[in-house]
Design a protein around this ligand. Structure first.
Ligand SMILES: [Cu+2]
Length: 115
């Protein structure tokens, strides 16, 4: 598994939406976390966020197509196929522990804990 940057770097809040004009007060604390699909893995492969925050998953894996889905009782998501360079955003709206997987590469998994 390749880690192009220290694991903690992926946990940094890259974008705060607070500055965007016209957002309701409820949206101002929302943050976007960056996860990379690289080396047929999610990097980092664990993440802890707050309810309502968004995880952006970017396909940084050269010419490989990836995919991201969550299947659980309380929360479901399916990105469809992600071409190289594509990104998708998953906003986690319920607390719990969720596993994001790639249907194309079954060994890929990202554990997201939503507080
Ligand atoms: Cu994949």
């Amino acid at each position: 598994m390749t880690r192009p940057c220290p694991p903690a770097a992926g946990l940094l809040v890259l974008t705060l939406l607070a500055g965007a004009a016209g957002l309701s007060p409820a949206a101002r604390a929302d943050a976007v976390y960056h996860i990379s699909q690289i080396g047929r893995a999610f990097s980092p492969d664990t993440l802890e966020i707050k309810r309502g925050e968004t995880v952006r998953i970017v396909n940084d894996d050269g010419e490989l197509i990836h995919h991201a889905y969550v299947k659980s009782e309380s929360f479901n998501f399916d990105s469809g196929e992600q071409d190289p360079g594509d990104h998708i955003d998953i906003r986690f709206t319920v607390p719990g522990v969720f596993v994001v997987r790639c249907d194309i590469h079954p060994k890929m998994h990202l554990t997201v804990t939503v507080r």
